[in-house]
Design a protein around this ligand. Structure first.
Ligand SMILES: NC(=O)c1ccc[n+]([C@@H]2O[C@H](COP(=O)([O-])OP(=O)(O)OC[C@H]3O[C@@H](n4cnc5c(N)ncnc54)[C@H](OP(=O)(O)O)[C@@H]3O)[C@@H](O)[C@H]2O)c1
Length: 331
């Protein structure tokens, strides 16, 4: 883009706290890409649950900080040494600094969007879709016929997990927080949907026992963390895996490793960015995600698009457990 402005709209976090610390500004400096980086003019910005952890201080980062791990838009300029992109290419990126009109991202973590996919869908799919894909392939390789338990099944990552597990021929028991989400989880592929608030932990365990003939599930994909860890451990079958990949209710407390011996259970606490560390891994997973979206007609679920200025409301909605699918913002 030949002429770039000096300032941009964006959201700054200067101190840890509730949604009120998200400061909408119109005077932030437009960043410049350095070696091997690109500048993207975002048409759409993703919100992920992790953004709330950096806002509250559960995860630490220097402040002031611009939150936001994914976005899509057009290449606005290229830093020195960048090849493979030209200005105006439609791209999706995963990095930090998303809550703004312009974001600098490493070229390595930026990818062109196939023609058949909109910038909006690419942004909505990239981080949550790749997380789900890597979890069922690497955190615990799920096979056809396996019974698994997925928490927050109508959420962003949870929704992708349900669709992927159905496509793989696995059987999903899903938990959701309210009746309003039951049909959504079912449509996405869950065979049995349990409303946590109605049945409690004992009810979830009972359904797992019934569905698996008392054996337990071969894997639990637990995004809730602190309050569900013990229950998840009890739901896993002998030699199964507890994949604890999120902290929506807070961080899991330390526990005694000897508890795992009761069933020879594996516990893993993975992050997406250690599965797609290299460019090769990023491209390989992205190719599969684009294929699922274009050829297998996977559903990209967008809960709502908010104006960037309404970022605090978007965080409130996400944390109040009423969202289904991805939250996006428009700068
Ligand atoms: N490890 C990784 O690399 C990685 C990558 C992406 C996301 N994640 C994690 O995956 C989880 C899901 O992320 P997402 O962005 O897709 O969000 P999301 O699942 O769309 O939203 C969070 C959902 O968590 C459920 N939840 C249960 N207990 C909750 C509580 N005490 N407070 C708030 N929510 C609660 C709610 O669903 P119900 O009401 O239906 O239970 C809520 O809708 C997050 O924990 C996130 O940190 C991890």
């Amino acid at each position: 883009m030949s002429s770039l402005p000096n300032t941009m709209k964006g959201v700054l976090v200067c101190k840890e706290g509730g949604p009120e610390v998200l400061e909408y500004r119109t005077d932030l400096p437009v960043p410049s890409p350095k070696e091997c980086e690109v500048l993207v003019k975002n048409s759409v910005i993703g919100i992920n649950y992790i953004d709330t952890y950096f806002r509250t201080g559960l995860y630490k980062a220097p402040k002031p900080e611009i939150l936001g791990k994914d976005g899509a838009g057009k290449i606005a300029s290229l830093g020195p040494g960048v090849t493979g992109f030209v200005e105006n290419d439609p791209v999706v990126w995963m990095h930090t600094g998303g809550y703004a009109e312009y974001t600098v991202a490493p070229a390595e973590r930026t990818a062109k969007i196939p023609k058949e996919i909109s910038e909006e869908d690419a942004c909505a799919a990239v981080l949550q879709g790749l997380t789900a894909l890597s979890l069922i392939d690497e955190a615990h390789k799920v096979n056809a016929g396996d019974w698994v338990l997925v928490t927050a099944a109508s959420g962003g990552v949870g929704g992708w997990l349900c669709q992927l597990l159905r496509a793989r021929g696995a059987h999903t028991i899903a938990t959701v927080g309210s009746q309003a989400k039951v049909n959504d989880a079912r449509k996405l592929g869950a065979e049995k949907v349990v409303v946590e608030q109605e049945v409690g932990d004992e009810g979830v365990k009972q359904v797992v026992q019934e569905k698996t003939g008392g054996r337990g599930v071969v894997a639990v994909f637990d995004s809730i963390g602190k309050i569900t860890f013990d229950r998840s451990l009890e739901c896993v079958a002998r030699k199964g895996t507890l994949v604890s990949y999120g902290n929506s209710s807070g961080a899991v407390e330390p526990f005694s490793i000897s508890r795992l011996a009761a069933k020879n259970v594996k516990v893993t606490r993975p992050t997406l960015f250690n599965y797609i560390y290299t460019r090769e891994e990023f491209e390989q997973y992205l190719d599969e995600l684009w294929r699922l979206m274009t050829k297998e007609k996977f559903t990209v679920r967008i809960h709502q698009k908010y104006p960037l200025a309404e970022v605090a409301q978007a965080h409130r909605d996400l944390e109040s457990r009423k969202t289904m699918g991805k939250l996006l913002m428009v700068p």
